[in-house]
Ligand binder design. Structure first.
Ligand code: GLN
Length: 531
């Protein structure tokens, strides 16, 4: 097994995750099987309880794990399916060690960070690597070198390097080379962060420098000299509009040759799939332009809807169109007055997932507007539930219909199922990850998917209340997808509408740059027709 460990210096948010995902892609294109692991040094067990304001989107894996959004980048770039063991946190490691201590498994020893915590970390990394059957295991250590939290992890990989074969271990350090106002590229922050790394006994083999523009040769030379790496191993990673260009940028800088040499790898195959995809993306940026409104909460915008943004991009690439998103604050749609001014320049309306009452009525107003004005609509999870409420109120005449998550109501059309009521531990009743969805024949959903059964990822607690299904369906609305038992509603559509589709699941979590989720693709197609 070969290992590539990616660390970060200077500051967070440099795109370490995308750098690692890109390295994975580059090696995959050369014929290697890759397994990625993300280490998050926070004490939370997982990202499930974390505030999306602070941490961006909570990404959901097929097995239901709620993880850091970098795992989304890995899945999309490397085209792999990951599970909970691919995200290791301090919380997971310490609880395992403490549990073992309580069982007496340390036989009376003093339990310490070294060796007990570090052993646990090493065992977990190796366990995932070996079980995956991959050739190369990529490990990203979250945070910045020098953080107290990441110390045990850096120590663990230091030990691992000594234990593994010399040609099987490679360190990549991602840093920042800022510009001064005089347009000079400064290397000092990089020098300092590599120094911090070396104090911990780690010597990077490759330094990836985030920068505004490609590094000048003399700047590379300087970094090479101060940081003890070859000049060719100093790689520029200049800013780019499109993250999917990053593998090509790193490739151009010669990162692959360097990795292959150090790890003694030979090219197994040549695959240009990624380049072709990027080429299509460039072409689609000159394609037909459409605008889609996304109705959410400002504070949550951008990173909290990362997978949705990516899924839109993937669908746009396939359709060779350019999509502009117009973010609309749900609260703003709650006041008196028409909504025309918000939506008159868009061809489609998307209501994404969400939690809590703030902005919910504004989102319902947006859904009503899309339905009444025949604007293509896509609702996801919370967006699906709110579409059910809108239909109940305005078509089925259940005036106070609501979700019991949002308010007390005589008509809880969205509610907890009977069996969920007793379990009230936070997070305990969430329906997470892959579940089968059965699609009714002769529906839009069937046309969209071209299949009768699909598997999609979920993250929700509430359900359509079975007591109201018949009432809601007596109008123009159809539930065209359910779970295996037929109790849980999964898809809603309006046959007479140009395109009105909402899903209880999150198709965006399975999107790939060259395989967009069918509902996104069909939605954008409808938007293009509306143009
Ligand atoms: N708040 C809703 C629920 O818990 C929807 C969740 C979501 O959109 N992810 O069921």
């Amino acid at each position: 097994m070969k290992y590539i460990v990616v660390t970060g210096g200077v500051m967070s948010g440099l795109g370490k995750g995308i750098t690692m995902a890109s390295i994975g892609r580059i090696l995959k294109s050369r014929g290697y099987k890759i397994v990625p692991i993300k280490i998050d040094p926070y004490i939370n067990i997982d990202a499930g309880t974390m505030n999306p304001f602070q941490h961006g989107e909570v990404y959901v894996l097929g097995d239901g794990a709620e993880v850091d959004l970098d795992l989304g980048h890995y899945e999309r770039f490397m085209d792999v399916e990951l599970g909970r063991e691919h995200n290791i946190t301090t919380g997971i490691v310490y609880s395992a060690v403490i549990e073992r201590e309580r069982k007496g498994e340390y036989l009376g020893q003093t339990v310490q960070i070294i060796p007990h915590v570090t052993n646990e970390i090493k065992a977990r990394i190796r366990g995932v690597a070996v079980k995956s059957g991959a050739d190369i295991c990529l490990v990203e250590i979250g945070g910045t070198v020098g953080d107290i939290e990441s110390m045990p992890f850096l120590e663990a990989v230091r030990q691992m390097q000594g234990e593994e074969n010399g040609n099987d271990f490679l360190f990549v350090h991602v840093t920042l080379v800022p510009f001064t106002t005089l347009k000079e590229q400064k290397t000092k922050p990089t020098q300092h962060s590599v120094k911090a790394l070396r104090e911990l006994g780690l010597q990077p083999d490759i330094i990836v420098c985030r920068c505004k523009k490609t590094l000048k040769e003399d700047v590379k030379k300087k970094i090479a000299m101060f940081c003890n790496v070859k000049k060719e191993a100093v790689i520029s990673a200049p800013d780019t509009e499109d993250i999917y260009e990053v593998p090509l940028l790193l490739e151009k800088e010669g990162i692959a040759a360097h990795i292959m040499e150090k790890l003694q790898l030979e090219q197994v195959k040549e695959d240009h799939e990624w380049e072709k995809m990027v080429e299509r993306r460039r072409k689609s940026s000159h394609g037909k332009k459409i605008r889609v409104a996304i109705v959410g909460k400002y504070a949550e915008l951008e990173d909290s809807y990362l997978s949705i943004k990516e899924a839109i991009k993937h669908a746009a690439t396939e359709l060779e169109c350019k999509v502009e998103t117009k973010w609309i604050e749900a609260d703003d749609l709650e006041g008196a007055g028409g909504l025309d001014s918000f939506f008159d320049d868009v061809q489609g309306i998307l209501v994404p997932g969400g939690f809590g009452v703030r902005g919910a009525e504004g989102k319902i107003n947006a859904i009503e507007y899309a339905r009444a004005n025949k604007i293509p609509f896509l609702g996801l999870c919370f967006g699906f539930q709110l579409a059910v409420i809108e239909a109940a109120r305005n078509i089925a005449n259940l005036k106070d219909a609501n979700s019991s998550e949002l308010s007390e109501t005589p008509h809880p059309v969205i509610d907890l199922l009977e069996e969920q009521r007793d379990v009230n531990e936070k997070g305990g009743t969430m329906r997470l990850g892959d579940y089968e969805v059965f699609i009714r024949g002769d529906t839009l959903a069937e046309k969209v998917y071209g299949e009768k059964k699909v598997v999609e990822r979920h993250r929700h607690r509430y359900e359509v209340n079975p007591a109201y299904i018949e009432r809601i369906e007596s109008g123009e609305v159809v539930f065209s997808g359910t779970d295996r038992t037929g109790v849980r509603m999964e898809i809603l559509e309006i046959p007479q509408h140009p395109f009105f589709l909402a899903t209880q699941f999150h198709p965006e979590f399975k999107s790939r740059p060259n395989k967009p989720p069918p509902p996104f693709k069909a939605f954008l197609e409808a938007c293009m027709r509306k143009h």
